[in-house]
Design a binder for this molecule. Sequence first.
Ligand SMILES: Cc1cc2nc3c(=O)[nH]c(=O)nc-3n(C[C@H](O)[C@H](O)[C@H](O)COP(=O)(O)OP(=O)(O)OC[C@H]3O[C@@H](n4cnc5c(N)ncnc54)[C@H](O)[C@@H]3O)c2cc1C
Length: 295
Amino acid sequence: MHPLDEFSAIVTTDAPLAPLTWFRVGGPASRLARPRHTEELAAVYTRSREAGLPIRLLGGGSNVLARDAGVDGVVIHLESPAFSDLTVDPESGRIRAGAAVPLTSLCSTAARAGLSGLESLIGIPGTVGGGLIAGAAHRHVALRSLVERIEFLDGRGQPHTADRDELNASSTTEPVVDGVLIAADFQLQRDDPEQVVRRMRHLWIIKREQQPYGHQSSGYIFRDPSPERSAASIVEAAGLKGMRAGNVEISDRNANFLIAHPGATAEDVTRLIDHVRDRIARAFQIELEVNLSIW
Ligand SMILES: Cc1cc2nc3c(=O)[nH]c(=O)nc-3n(C[C@H](O)[C@H](O)[C@H](O)COP(=O)(O)OP(=O)(O)OC[C@H]3O[C@@H](n4cnc5c(N)ncnc54)[C@H](O)[C@@H]3O)c2cc1C
C-alpha cells in the first residue's frame, strides 16, 4: 500500500518530469499528482505530509531542474482550470489570478484592460504561483511587489489568506509564503490601454533579442546580485559565454541562460553551474546565487 493509493484518479507513478520542465532533462517523479480543485489539493497535500513524503509543487516548470535519478516523494502539478481563473476589475485596478495562470496572460490581460505595472515582466515564462514563489522579476520590478493579497495552503494543508503587509513582499529571495500558493490579487495603476500595450510590446521586442530562441530547452540560472548588476553581465565579463559541460552550453545571447542540447543530462547542467560559480568566485570574489530549483 502506498499512502497516495486513494488518489489513484489523479496520481501517476514514475511520471516523466522532463516534458514538464523547460530544460526537458532529468528523471521521473516517484508520484505525480494533478489535483482538480482546491479540496483535492488540500487532501493530497495533507495525506502526503502525514505520510512523511517529500512534497514539491510544480507550476510551469521554467525554474525547475529534475535530477537524472528522479524525484522521490510527490510532485504536485498545479495545472487544472480550477487554478487558472483570471478576473479583472479595471475600475479598482485589481486583478485576481489563480496560481496556474501563465504570467504572459496576466501581463497581457492587464495591459489590454489599461492597467499598468506588469509590462516589464512580459516574456517571463511560467505561472503566477511559480513566479511568486521563485521571485520572478525584471530589473526593479518584482511580481511580488504588486501583490495585495494571497490565498494559500499552509504547511499543514490548511487554507489561509494573507494581506500585503503580512507577506514577505520586499524580500527577493525568501518565498513569499511557505506552503502552496493558490491565488493572488494584484493592485495595478490605471492608465491608457494603448500606451500600456505599446510599452509592453516594446519591452518584449527588446527581451526577445536578448534571450535564447523560443524552441531551445533552456533555464535562467542565477539571481541578479542587484538591479544594477545582472548575473548575465558578470558571467559574460568572465568570458564564459559559449562554455559547455557535456551537452549543456551557456547561451551566446544571454550568459544567464543555459541551453540543453539533445542528449543533455541534469548532471551536465549542475556541473556547468558549479563551474561558472567557481570561476566567478575566483575572478570577482562574487558568490552567484542559484535561482533555479534543483530537485
Ligand atoms: C526562457 C526563460 C526566461 C526567464 N526569464 C526570467 C526573468 O526575466 N526573470 C525572472 O525572475 N525569472 C525568469 N525565468 C525564471 C522563471 O521563468 C520564473 O522563475 C518563473 O516565474 C517560474 O514560474 P513557473 O510556474 O515555471 O515555476 P516552476 O518552475 O514550476 O516552480 C518554481 C518554484 O516555485 C515553486 N512553486 C511553483 N508553483 C507553486 C505554488 N503554486 N505554490 C508553491 N510553490 C510553487 C516550485 O516548487 C519551485 O520551487 C526565466 C526562465 C526561462 C526558462
